[in-house]
Design a protein around this ligand. Structure first.
Ligand SMILES: O=C(O)C1=C[C@@H](OP(=O)(O)O)[C@@H](O)[C@H](O)C1
Ligand SMILES: C=C(OP(=O)(O)O)C(=O)O
Length: 418
């Protein structure tokens, strides 16, 4: 457990590691590519290293260099594996379950107890429609899952994406390796749309054709290969959010390097929320600065940026008025039930915070100190640490859960103390 001490932030610049979502995608596409790929600034955190370890287990050769990783793409040929362990990395689980469909033989993917409560049946259903036998081994619709892969014909599938966009990202990533191409009709959702755009962007950047009509229909021609090349991962916007929030709640100034307003990471839209709440935002090519000011409540539809809900909720606790966060029922299926966790922990700090069917209602006030439970959820640990910059006696339990996406978080956080 660590105590966070209040701090006036005058003017600080921070560097955050590479994007988790881009790293997962670039690793997978590189592994399936037609030759050696160089990946720079990849995020080396628990989750992304699990994706990398899995690809190696499936037969992909990786060479670690000082400032880059070289992945030798196999052209889509992968070996099946008896047991792949993915802890609580939803992105790894959903994307690699689809990838396992390319490996001749039976692959089993599993994870932590919590991972075994996170749904995946809509993805399995889509694989079944492609004649890939795939099932939840417990029958719960959650991992562990078994996939019997091999040559994929492709065809047409109907996919529900009301719980997670990761199902669609997984299906899209393997689609170029089908014989006849793959048509994906979206029959529910998708939630978290910008992550779908990011998947398509990475696929196109690696030379693959993807046709689409908005978020309803996707078609990926078959017999394509990702093209080997040199890829640099941009800084992680979700992890930058804690530092922008630090400026918001303290009234200070924080600049995060290496992020620009045209980022393909949908969480960049948090900045619009912070502006609406009263912050000033300076968007430059080389970095983005937030300058805090008196905060007021907003109404926010956060369907497209689920990972920013805990961050915004903590900022809302310091804002004048009642903030409503809408359309994020999918937060119940994350590392923990994030709606319940955020409401519980804010309530411990004396803030009126409650869950609705699909969101949160938070009335800003004068939060006080509390021991914060983190539910083995990196984002809960990081967002509540921000509250501790303004309020005394905030203690974060099990603070090392940040290793999931940001292993050196506490070191970077320390730099806010000047
Ligand atoms: O595809 C991705 O990289 C992600 C998609 C989102 O999940 P959902 O689509 O399940 O909301 C997000 O919450 C997660 O952190 C990363
Ligand atoms: C939900 C998250 O990740 P994942 O779904 O990959 O576990 C996250 O990082 O907030």
């Amino acid at each position: 457990m660590i105590e966070i001490k209040p701090q006036n932030i005058i003017n600080t610049t921070v560097t955050v590691p590479g994007s988790k979502s881009y790293t997962h995608r670039i690793l997978i596409a590189s592994a399936l590519s037609d030759g050696p790929c160089t990946v720079r600034n990849m995020l080396r955190s628990e989750d992304t290293l699990l994706t990398l370890a899995t690809l190696k287990q499936m037969g992909v050769r990786a060479e670690e260099k000082e400032d880059r990783l070289i992945l030798h793409g196999t052209g889509g040929r992968l070996s099946a594996c008896d047991e792949i362990y993915l802890a609580n990395s939803g992105t790894s689980m959903r994307l690699l379950t689809a990838v396992a469909a390319l490996a001749e033989g039976t692959t089993v993917l599993t994870g932590t107890e919590r991972m075994q409560e996170r749904p995946i049946s809509d993805l399995l259903d889509a694989l079944n429609q492609m004649d890939v036998p795939a099932r939840s081994l417990t029958g719960s619709g959650c991992p562990p899952v078994e996939v019997r892969g091999g040559n994929l014909n492709g065809g047409s599938v109907a996919l529900k994406c009301g719980i997670s966009s990761q199902y669609l990202s997984g299906m899209l990533l393997i689609a170029p390796y089908t014989r006849n191409g793959l048509e994906i009709k979206i029959v529910e959702g998708p939630v978290s749309k910008p992550y779908v755009d990011m998947t398509v962007e990475v696929m196109q950047r690696l030379g693959v054709t993807v046709e689409r009509s908005e978020y309803d229909l996707f078609f990926v021609p078959g017999n394509q290969l990702y093209r080997a090349g040199d890829y640099t991962v941009e800084a992680d916007v979700s992890n930058a959010s804690y530092f922008w929030a630090a400026a918001a709640v303290t009234g200070g100034t924080v600049r995060v390097r290496g992020i620009s307003a045209d980022s393909g990471q949908g969480d960049i839209r948090l900045l619009d929320c912070l502006e609406r709440m009263g912050c000033r935002v300076i968007r430059e090519k080389s970095g983005i600065t937030v300058i805090g000011g008196p905060l007021s409540a907003i109404d926010a539809d956060m369907a497209d940026m689920p990972d920013m809900v805990p961050t915004l909720a903590v900022v809302a606790a310091f804002a004048e008025g009642t903030t409503e966060i809408r359309n994020v029922a999918h937060l119940k299926a994350k590392e923990c039930d994030r709606l319940a966790a955020v409401a519980t922990e804010l309530s411990k700090m004396g803030i009126d915070a409650r869950c609705t069917e699909s969101g949160l209602i938070i009335t800003g006030g004068k939060p006080h100190g509390a021991e914060i439970d983190t539910y083995d959820d990196h984002r809960i640990a990081m967002c509540f640490s921000v509250a501790g910059l303004k309020v005394s006696d905030i203690f974060i339990k099990d603070e090392m859960c940040v290793k999931k996406s940001f292993p050196n978080y506490w070191e970077v956080f320390e730099t806010l103390y000047g």
